[in-house]
Ligand binder design. Structure first.
Ligand code: F58
Length: 828
């Protein structure tokens, strides 16, 4: 095909610019979906609209990529096994500035935009905070005009769909691609071969150098699927490239010719399972071989893609780190370090030292957890089988690293063993510590909140910090202001824009200006009115899912996040039961009516987390059906929490529960989303809560419980949770109720493991923080009674959120780690 026929490219006055949205929508309905007014379904409407919007995006998308290529600009590659994108229609409309126009148009056609938006399944390709952070970063990078790619896996099944049966969590497959996705563009021409297994051979090349070859491998193909990532009302559209696994041969021909049809198809199925499903474990890695396959699969495809692109424009590999920077989102893609070494040495023919210099200059690593058992390790035996050449390279990296420790840091064998990339587990059993590999192979290691980075430097990676202090830095997390305020809370964002203009959407610092309305009666009334509207909107959205009366004038007290013992949903339940007892004992007293909202998924194999969900549902059952508590207390477990639900629950909440055991939540980002929507936080001095407190001021947040230092101190001195039970009558009554089957009359004994744990183990020190939490909740109520005062605090929270915009985070990454500049897209 003649490639230089420029006239067909970048045509001004093209179909997309000339045709009205109306025509495009009608054409997609007719030509892409083959539907008329009799056969059209609501899903068709969504598809036709999404395709029309995509047309607009594609225009800028091509231009963005073209300009990046032409100017050979330095690119950020955000490598992440998870991207929790949520829904894309409303977000694309908003970023394109088309929300109003489309709203009107759909109305004219007789459709309601809200229900079309609701049709779109969430792109749930992540577990929680880590995956959503990647999505917020994609949005901010595009808004700030940073040349960037996201790279991940196109899972056929994202995070499981959660159902609740008899109070128990049931997992169902998330078939988000059932009807296809209107956003992705398949790029069969961008297909790479990924090798597994096989052996390594060595031979001497013409220059007398030993060259290694990885041969007799089992191969799988990786096919690119691209999703547009548009910036806010600019021309930048970056790419999220997700890899799908495909078998190399449709059938194994030998088996096929022998008539063994099923065996022939089997091989194909095995290779295609690589991109089938997202591992639903958060915080503790699964350690499964398929997980390692997934990691290597997407890492290898990504690096091949980056190198191919680099070679089109550059000659000398020394320039590679000047043109590429790769951020590793946790250790999940850390196998990229030996993979880049392999590519540079075995394929491109570079020497070790040059390859190593390029590699360490290219990679940067973000850590998201301090729980030691959450740090990934792969058995050496597995690595030897699946990735034999990589294991050799890792051994050599480690040999050189140990030499470095000895010459620069310590000759103590204990210290060396503690820092070694390869752990000796005794009996010849060894494993690869991916975090150590990531630290040694990167030029930057960052934590995600100040306290978290401090813990990394002081405890978890203490020796590494002493050896390489210059590599360590903090990058406090942030959230997308567009998604979590402008789109999720359009009423509030309109009030803000009407009062101070709309510059805050691109520059959150400007939102401070709303502080001047702190004594404006009308403004404050509108503020409260909007909160109430959002509550009603949430109740409507949930519809028949909740079969109880929820009072929109009650305080909405929400804890929505993954279920984990360290997040302490348990502490919240103990408070709920305490409130219930108080109401029963003193029904005539004044209470602030509360609706306590829980939502979140538990890892399918996490027994305690699942039992906590059951307990919440059992407690809800009793309380919600008790006439005495009536309008005063309701408990709501909202099933199948995800990005779209977050966008409804958060704007409707008054109180945000951020109650993890201090020292355990690396940062948290839900805490930021709530504060940005005017909820007040009740929380421990953990993760980013500390920084939120510093920004909003002590009087605008409710802090309780032990500090991270105290938690550690208690643990080292020996902790006895039973003492708290013995010495606190109210707590004792609550635990006794659970133990005596008050909430489990029909399933006696099911909560025994919880009771046992609280009284005898309580690793996360729920009992130790109970009293302080209960007293602080009391303060919350007193403050909430004074609506004027509460509104002021709510406004201060929103006004002081500048720091928590992911724009700020991305600016810091760009300047300190990536050394990249924004590039304005100017192509017409
Ligand atoms: C989360 N980690 C942190 N991991 O818990 C949270 O404090 C932080 O705000 C967020 O990252 C963003 O930095 C997290 O979500 C996972 O889900 C992993 C999934 C895969 C296995 C290991 C945990």
């Amino acid at each position: 095909m003649a490639k230089n026929n420029n006239s067909i490219f970048f045509t001004e006055g093209s179909k997309v610019t000339q045709d009205s949205m109306q025509t495009q929508f009608a054409e997609h309905l007719e030509y892409d979906l083959a539907k008329d007014k009799n056969t059209v379904t609501s899903h068709d409407v969504l598809m036709a609209l999404a395709l029309s919007i995509r047309d607009r995006l594609v225009r800028n998308w091509i231009r963005t990529q073209h300009q990046y290529f032409q100017s050979n600009v330095k690119m950020v590659h955000y490598m992440s096994l998870e991207f929790l994108m949520g829904s894309l229609l409303e977000h694309s409309l908003s970023n394109l500035g088309l929300s109003e126009e489309i709203n009107k148009l759909m109305k004219e056609f007789g459709y309601d935009i809200e229900s079309i938006i609701k049709e779109e399944p969430d792109m749930g390709l992540g577990n929680g905070g880590l995956g959503r952070l990647a999505a917020c970063f994609m949005e901010s990078m595009a808004t700030l005009e940073i040349p960037a790619h996201g790279y991940g896996i196109r899972y056929e099944f994202g995070i499981f769909e959660q159902d609740i049966e008899n109070g128990y969590q049931i997992e169902k497959p998330d078939h988000w691609l059932r009807y296809g996705s209107p956003w992705e563009i398949v790029r069969p021409e961008k297909t790479y071969t990924i090798q597994f297994n096989g052996t390594v051979t060595a031979e001497w090349d013409a220059t007398g150098r030993e060259r290694f070859k990885w041969v007799n491998t089992d191969n799988v193909l990786a096919v690119a699927h691209d999703i547009p990532a548009p910036g806010y009302q600019n021309k930048t559209v970056n790419t999220l490239r997700l890899w799908q696994a495909k078998a190399t041969d449709e059938f194994n021909l030998i088996d096929f010719n022998q008539g063994n049809y099923l065996a022939a198809v089997e091989g194909k199925n095995i290779s295609e399972t690589i991109s089938k499903v997202l591992y639903p474990n958060d915080s503790i890695p699964s350690g499964k071989i398929l997980r390692l396959r997934q990691q290597y699969f997407f890492v290898s495809a990504t690096l091949q893609d980056i190198i191919k692109h680099f070679k089109l424009l550059n000659k000398d590999f020394k320039a590679f780190p000047d043109k590429n920077t790769v951020q590793l989102n946790d250790t999940h893609p850390a196998i990229a370090i030996p993979e880049l070494m392999r590519a540079l040495m075995d394929i491109e023919g570079l020497e070790w030292n040059d390859a190593w210099d390029i590699t360490t200059k290219t990679f940067a690593y973000t850590n998201h957890t301090i729980v030691p058992e959450a740090l990934e390790e792969w058995p050496e035996s597995l690595m030897n089988t699946l990735l034999p050449r990589h294991m050799q390279i890792i051994e050599e990296i480690n040999r050189r690293f140990i030499e470095e420790i000895k010459s620069k840091y310590s000759k103590d064998n204990g210290v060396i063993a503690g820092m070694s990339i390869i752990r000796e587990n005794g009996g010849g059993d060894k494993s690869v510590r991916m975090a150590h590999l990531a630290i040694v192979g990167s030029h930057s290691i960052n934590g995600v909140a100040e306290l978290h980075t401090e813990i990394l430097e002081k405890y978890l990676f203490k020796d590494f910090y002493k050896l390489y202090p210059e590599k360590f830095n903090n990058k406090t997390n942030g959230i997308s202001i567009r998604r979590f305020l402008k789109e999720a809370n359009s009423n509030l964002s309109e009030l803000i824009s009407a009062s101070i203009g709309d510059e805050w959407i691109k520059d959150l610092g400007k939102i401070k200006k709303i502080e001047k309305f702190i004594n404006d009666k009308g403004f404050k009334e509108s503020w409260r009115e909007i909160k109430k509207l959002n509550k009603i909107r949430l109740i409507d959205y949930l519809g028949s899912q909740i079969n109880l009366q929820v009072n929109p004038d009650s305080m909405f007290d929400s804890q929505v996040k993954r279920f984990h013992e360290y997040k302490r949903q348990m502490l919240n339940v103990l408070h709920v039961i305490t409130l219930y007892n108080r109401i029963r004992q003193n029904p005539k007293s004044d209470y602030v009516p509360r609706t306590v909202i829980f939502a979140g998924k538990a890892a399918p194999s996490y027994v305690m987390a699942k039992l906590t969900i059951k307990l919440i549902n059992s407690v809800a059952d009793i309380i919600n059906n008790d006439k005495e508590t009536g309008g005063k207390l309701k408990v709501l477990f909202i099933k199948n929490y995800g990005v779209s639900l977050a966008e409804k629950i958060i704007p409707a909440s008054d109180l945000s529960e951020q109650i993890s055991t201090a020292g355990f939540e690396a940062s948290g980002t839900g805490n930021m989303k709530f504060a940005l929507n005017g909820a007040l936080t009740i929380g421990t001095l953990d993760g980013a809560n500390i920084e939120i407190k510093n920004e909003v001021g002590d009087e605008n947040i409710f802090i309780f419980g032990n500090t991270a230092d105290q938690v550690l101190d208690i643990r080292t001195k020996g902790y006895n949770p039973g003492i708290f039970y013995e010495n606190d009558a109210e707590l004792k009554a609550v635990v006794d109720m659970i133990a005596s089957n008050f909430f489990s009359a029909n399933e006696k004994g099911i909560f025994d493991p919880i009771v046992y744990d609280l009284l005898h183990k309580d690793y996360y020190q729920v009992m130790a923080d109970y009293r302080s939490y209960i007293e602080t909740q009391k303060k919350v109520e007193a403050e909430y009674m004074d609506a004027e005062n509460w509104t002021k605090k709510s406004i201060f929270n929103v006004a002081r959120m500048e720091k928590f915009s992911s724009d700020r985070a991305i600016r810091e990454y760009s300047k300190d780690i990536w050394k990249v500049q924004p590039m304005k897209i100017t192509l017409k």
